[in-house]
Write a protein that binds this ligand. Sequence first.
Ligand SMILES: NC(=O)c1ccc[n+]([C@@H]2O[C@H](COP(=O)([O-])OP(=O)(O)OC[C@H]3O[C@@H](n4cnc5c(N)ncnc54)[C@H](O)[C@@H]3O)[C@@H](O)[C@H]2O)c1
Length: 327
Amino acid sequence: MKKVLITGVAGMIGSHLLDALLNQGIYEIIGIDNFSFGKKDNIQHNLSNPRFHFYPISVLDFESLKILTKDIDIIIHLAAVKKIGEADSSMETLRVNNDGTEFIYETAKMWGAKVILASTSDVYGMSTDLPLREDGDLLLGPSMIRRWSYAVSKLNCEQLAFAYFQDFHVPTVILRYFGGFSPRSSFSWSGGHIPIFINAILRNQEVTIHGDGTQTRSMAFVSDIVNGTILSMENEHAIGEVINIGNDEELSVLDTAKLIHSLTNSKAELKLKFLPFEDIFGQYKDIMRRIPDLTKAKKLLGYTPIVPLKEAIEKTINESRARLKQE
Ligand SMILES: NC(=O)c1ccc[n+]([C@@H]2O[C@H](COP(=O)([O-])OP(=O)(O)OC[C@H]3O[C@@H](n4cnc5c(N)ncnc54)[C@H](O)[C@@H]3O)[C@@H](O)[C@H]2O)c1
């Protein structure tokens, strides 16, 4: 039985990936998470599974990592500090994402493991060269804007991945995830606009739209992100490659709020509040469109997203509604 280590296993993607890999029955899994963002609830149902071993440690704990990664075949490195606001410090993002990733590659080098690295569509920055291709140029904003620390840290992770691959022959695959969501997404900003809108509409609260809502996003249901990740794990052709994973269906933020409202069958009117970008992001310019080119994922991995956005939203509404009833 192959041994897999998932970092950030209690997070949104990590916990669904854990469910899927345990279901396959061919992996023994070690999961780590420091619960800085993830929830124990997300993995509770798997804690008694004899093929899953959980350790509540940080990826910055190099000494424990060295022990836990012994005999591991594949490390799926998801632990990260995601988007931050202008008022937040970027220190944690830089430390966890950069140092944590370097520790993961060091241990992979030590024990001969393969690493699947979670990168992000944020690295494309403000590029308007759509759809976004893995070999396209990246366009980042000024360094003094803290929000860019996430994209910069993930780009550094990608460079680390290539350095370990080229200099030390650590087999690696870099997945640039585009936005994903599930009923387990955080209702805070880091969980993305869809879970936040669903939560607000189900509670009959105002929905805050950044700007005029004409900016579009291409959002995937988590099962498609998980499938892409699993397809990359055992594929020799993917080694040393950067691959976009997500859904290329595009919908504006405003239309997403309207769609969610109609799918909830709410009798109440949709209450919208528009906030100027500058009030939320300061000098950071919101990205107007972000669509993945999935040609490479299709060719190398045989990957195609299969859950239409409407269906993904319906699933999330249904589970969120059930959760709200229990509150
Ligand atoms: N969800 C998306 O839309 C999306 C898009 C692009 C990229 N990604 C990337 O995918 C990965 C997973 O994202 P997610 O949406 O599941 O995020 P998430 O925040 O739900 O999960 C990340 C997990 O990492 C854990 N973590 C953070 N710091 C840690 C540390 N120092 N040690 C151990 N665990 C730590 C958190 O507690 C959390 O459970 C991240 O690397 C993220 O950057 C996600």
